[in-house]
Design a protein. Structure first.
Length: 197
């Protein structure tokens, strides 16, 4: 029963992710801000749909698990805008690591350590699974912002180079999707949704 109690505590804790809001907006719901739990669900499904584009073999179940847990740390650390300053991202890394240890530590062993290891694998993006998961995390906002006439890019005056740099994982793990992103970014610049640089 101790394990069950710990698992229930974890599940109730991660419900807080629904209250963490991102810069990306949900066009289908009057452009309200998307929450991190919705984002995690959306990219997990995107990874399933786009799996044929992976240029290396990936374990889609592991990828899906990574994507479902990758932002749980935002419960403690909050969401940081993808295009925030470098020093802000560096500070965020430690906050997220501390959050990962606390939140995954709610689970009984070995489950807690397994989830922490999977989260770390995603963050380090060294394995094919993690690179593909990271690429899906990066490409979805491209699709959302293009669908929404620039969305958060336009609002925050994001530059073309920033979007391309953020999506570089696609170059090796999903080259056809990388080509698609390049095309979309060029369209966004032509429409003044992204700043040309």
């Amino acid at each position: 029963m101790h394990d069950l109690s710990a698992q229930i505590s974890f599940m109730l804790e991660i419900d807080k992710l629904k209250a963490v809001y991102r810069k990306t907006v949900v066009e289908a719901d009057n452009n309200r801000h998307e929450n991190s739990a919705e984002h995690s669900w959306h990219i997990a499904l995107l990874a399933q749909v786009m799996a044929d584009y992976a240029s290396e073999p990936v374990d889609i179940l592991r990828v899906t698990k990574m994507l479902l847990i990758h932002d749980i740390v935002e419960i403690d650390a909050g969401d940081l805008f993808a295009f925030a300053e470098v020093q802000d991202h560096q500070a965020q890394e430690q906050k997220e690591l501390d959050a990962a240890k606390r939140i995954f530590g709610l689970l009984p062993e070995p489950s807690g350590q397994d989830m922490l290891n999977l989260w770390l694998e995603f963050e380090q993006a060294q394995s094919a699974d993690a690179r593909y998961a990271k690429a899906m995390d990066r490409v979805l906002p491209v699709l959302q912002n293009m669908s929404n006439h620039g969305g958060s890019w336009k609002t925050n005056k994001v530059k073309k180079s920033q979007v391309l740099k953020r999506n570089t994982y696609l170059q090796t793990i999903a080259p056809k999707l990388w080509d698609y992103v390049i095309q979309q970014v060029d369209i966004a610049v032509c429409n003044a949704w992204l700043v040309a640089d």
